[in-house]
Design a protein around this ligand. Structure first.
Ligand code: 4AD
Ligand code: MG
Length: 464
């Protein structure tokens, strides 16, 4: 007999069917009339399968006491109509095999209602809880939705490198990759570390973004996207920052900023619609147990056009809001999460796309506007999470790009290949990056981004 996953059993199995299920025991209750109820979960869905094990099932006496919360079992039997409330069918066990015990004294997930902080310390077991199994399933659907969105539009999936020698965002927040001995690195005549001796022959790091390499493919094969882990060595201990996070970055030739905005909006809405359609039970759970407004928020997002607001206008709104912010805003400063949240939660009460940011707070690659002050940048801001997408039209004019690099203290020689894209057949193009874990935060209603990735990496934390 082959194993049937519980999601399929609960959906399709009919009374009389013989099945084989395996999984982890959530609870066991023994009845006085010499039988036991097992609630079994195998991670395929939120719901458990109720199993009735009669005392005459072979081995009942010897095994049943070890069938405790967390133990793993293999059970075969016949599907029956369930007389009890809450489930269509149940399983009448014919054989019961204990695969692995879970000692009741030491198994940490005995009772419900552990704090998320505690569960982070047992990240090897937390996927067995309702919350984290639901997050795992939703995250899977979001990733599938991302690929489908781009594949159905003819975008090419390109794999950009993880190890790089260029700093895309120019923020200097990179993790170095080296095989040099930190105790005694080789030094040049001037006493500086001699990276010529290092593995790659120069200083290398983990990428903060695959954008620059994606631009190469966009300017040759057309619309493309890269989707992978990115790394930021910022010392930000917030509920929205990870040192390792996943980012999907589409890059499109012949797109101007407004085309970029349209794509970003359709993208976010498609992901949300797919999750609502494909994960109804998990979403119901999040709405009941995690954030009672999450379904309303998501339905509101998919049913309204994202408002487009120039940065200058956004700053004016903040200045005349009468609010006191921890970080006072003024034209030329970057927006903090409190500002983003005020705009999306209180003022507009929906997602907005802020565009045309001051040049001085944005990276070198963004296209300069004629006003001499702003660049063709756009951020998609959503309620609760703030920025989930950052993007721009790219500077395709060689002379302007070189001037911007100088302004940003970047050496064009180090970005020679990026510069050459502007020398040989340059085209207007645009793209953006969406943070996967920020999307998971948005759709699940979870407050802390550390709970939106299987194993989080943040300052002072890289366990598992
Ligand atoms: O705004 P960012 O830094 O933009 C870029 O990296 C561009 N190169 C993208 C592009 O145009 N191709 O990052 C993009 C998104 C943010 O909007 C946010 O959702 C997410 O990545 N992000 C983070 N998520 C978690 N932890 C962090 N430390 C993040 N930094 C950015
Ligand atoms: Mg950004």
């Amino acid at each position: 007999m082959t194993r049937t996953r519980i999601a399929k059993v609960l959906q399709d199995s009919q009374p009389g069917e013989q099945i084989d299920v395996r999984g982890w025991v959530r609870t066991r209750r023994d009845s006085k009339q010499a039988f036991s109820f097992i609630e079994l979960n195998d991670g395929s869905c939120m719901k458990n399968l109720q199993i009735v094990v009669d005392a005459d099932v072979p081995g009942y006496e010897e095994t049943i006491k070890q069938v405790t919360t967390g133990a793993s079992v293999a059970i075969t039997g016949e599907v029956k109509e369930s007389p009890g409330k809450g489930q269509r069918i149940e399983l009448a066990a014919k054989t019961l095999k204990l695969l692995g015990v879970a000692d009741g004294q030491t198994y940490p997930l005995q009772k419900k209602g552990h704090s998320f902080e505690f569960l982070r310390d047992i990240a090897h077991l937390r996927p067995r809880t309702n919350t984290f199994s639901a997050i795992g399933r939703v995250r899977n659907v979001v990733c599938d939705s991302i690929h489908r969105f781009f594949q159905s539009r003819g975008f090419l999936y390109v794999q950009t490198p993880i190890i790089t020698t260029s700093d895309c965002e120019g923020a200097g927040a990179m993790f170095q990759v080296t095989t040099l001995d930190p105790e005694k690195p080789p030094r040049d005549d001037k006493g500086n570390v001699d990276y010529a001796e290092d593995f790659f022959g120069k200083k290398a790091s983990l990428t903060v973004s695959g954008q620059l390499e994606a631009e190469i493919f966009a300017c040759s094969l057309g619309e493309c996207y890269t989707f992978g882990p990115t790394f930021r060595a910022e010392n930000s201990n917030t509920t929205r920052h990870l040192a390792e996070f996943w980012m999907v970055e589409p890059e499109m030739p012949f797109y101007e900023l407004t085309d970029n905005m349209e794509l970003a909006e359709a993208f976010v809405k498609t992901i949300i619609n797919d999750v609502l359609e494909r994960c109804p039970d998990d979403m119901q759970f999040f709405n009941e147990r995690i954030d009672k407004t999450v379904l309303d928020t998501l339905n509101n997002i998919v049913s309204h056009e994202f408002k487009r607001v120039a940065y200058t206008e956004a700053v004016d709104i903040l200045l005349s809001s009468g609010q006191t912010f921890d970080y006072p805003i003024e034209w030329g400063k970057d927006m903090q999460s409190e500002h983003e949240r005020y705009l999306t939660e209180q003022h507009f009460r929906q997602p907005i796309i802020v565009y045309d940011y001051p040049r001085t707070i944005k990276p070198f690659y963004m296209r300069c506007n004629d006003d001499g002050k702003t660049v063709r940048a756009m951020d998609v801001l959503v309620p609760r999470v703030g920025e989930i997408i950052g993007g721009s039209q790219r500077e395709e004019r060689l002379d302007v790009l070189l001037k911007r690099m100088e302004e940003c203290h970047l050496d064009p020689a180090e970005y020679w290949w990026y510069v050459e894209l502007r020398k040989f057949g340059t085209v207007p193009h645009s793209g953006f990056g969406l943070g996967l874990e920020r999307v998971i935060q948005l759709v699940t209603g979870m407050t802390n981004i550390r709970d939106c990735i299987p194993f989080h990496r943040t300052p002072k934390s890289a366990d598992f």
